[in-house]
Ligand binder design. Structure first.
Ligand code: TYM
Length: 330
């Protein structure tokens, strides 16, 4: 049975990108595999959250995981810092991770540009921590969005390097996974390439957004003056809108607006209205479950305890074995 693992940083509410990139694939797979889904709270420390924010966000993300359909009785759902062995594996892997290769990682280069006053060591070694997350359960498949592809490549590098160095065949080579399909990237509403938490107000639709908020955000999405000739290629902001529609609307709806576009008859206002209603319909069951679960602190605590226990069984064993392979006293 494959080990499947994924995680999300608790830096705010989850958006449609998180859902389609990681969560949805995962919920589909949880019954056929040995699954781990965690909340990457160590990772979120690179941006120095306050203790209150950290706790609030961890709870919120856990609530949203459950609302999206992760089953704590089936998969192991846990908080990263409840498995502190992760930090030990991270330390071991860092001994064989090189400054040059870490500096070449795209996400690091981007962060270094956007937060020049906070280029900390955690940011540089983000891929080693992520590799530790994955390797600690010796995972085979990692459901993630397209933006995490390079991190998975690094994980394979670190896993192979460890195996070679100690002449063992211990860590498998994990792959980024989307149910056998191409990795997905949900674009933002601001015409930019990616839906994201830190890309500015109005770019992302959150799973917990109320219908009025969704309508407002979608109606404000960036478009253009409309196609000037039949069958014109779609410029980025328009392609983005269609990509979001493909994720939440029926194929017929997408085909209808595609035809209108190709015939130069599209009215973006109509398309946005339809898109907003389809997003509202799509997120409605999630929204209701989020509200109900948020009020149930006892249950949330129980889920965390259960996850901690299960994660420790698997992660504790790996770190014990790794210590022995490295040469520490058994
Ligand atoms: P994070 O928190 O930035 O995003 C969580 C997941 O959501 C996906 N995602 C998207 N997918 C499609 N379109 C988008 N617009 C979009 N935005 C976000 C991400 O690809 C990701 O799968 N490094 C990870 C967290 C992590 C992790 C791990 C993941 C830490 N350790 C181990 C898997 C395995 C991150 O920052 O994700």
């Amino acid at each position: 049975m494959d080990v499947v693992l994924s995680g999300i940083r608790p830096t705010g509410n989850l958006h449609l990108g998180n859902y389609f990139g990681a969560l949805r694939n995962f919920t589909k797979m949880q019954h056929e595999n040995n699954c781990y889904f965690f909340i990457a709270d160590y990772h979120s420390l690179t941006t120095h959250p306050t203790p209150e924010h950290l706790q609030e966000n961890v709870k919120q993300v856990l609530v949203e995981y459950l609302a999206a359909g992760l089953d704590p009785e089936v998969a192991t759902i846990y908080v990263q810092s409840d498995l502190p062995e992760t930090a030990e594996l991270y330390l071991f892997l860092n001994m064989n991770a090189y400054k040059g290769e870490l500096e070449r990682v795209t996400t690091f280069k981007e962060k270094a540009k956007t937060q020049p006053n906070n280029i900390n060591a955690g940011l540089l070694t983000y891929p080693t921590l992520m590799a530790a997350d994955i390797l600690i359960h010796r995972a085979h498949k990692v459901p993630v969005g397209k933006d995490q592809e390079q991190h998975l490549e690094m994980t394979r590098t670190f896993a192979n390097r460890f195996n070679r160095l100690y002449k063992v065949d211990y860590f498998p080579e994990p792959v980024a996974y989307n149910f056998g399909e191409d990795l997905i990237k949900i674009p933002g509403l601001d015409g930019s390439g990616k839906m994201g938490k830190s890309e500015g107000e109005g770019n992302a639709i959150f799973l917990a957004d109320e219908p009025a908020v969704i309508r407002k955000k979608v109606m404000r999405a960036v478009t253009d003056a409309g196609p000037q000739e039949m069958n014109a290629p779609k410029p980025d902001p328009i392609r983005n809108l269609f990509a979001i529609m493909e994720a939440v609307s029926s194929p017929d709806t997408v085909a209808y607006f595609d035809e209108k576009y190709n015939a130069c008859q599209i009215r973006y206002g109509d398309m946005k209205k339809q898109l907003a209603e389809d997003i509202i319909l799509f997120t409605e069951p999630l929204r209701e479950k989020i509200k109900a679960l948020s009020a149930d602190d006892n249950y949330i605590r129980k889920v965390m305890e259960m996850g901690k226990e299960k994660a420790h069984q698997s992660g504790g064993r790996t770190v014990r074995e790794v210590r022995e392979i490295i040469g520490f006293r058994p």
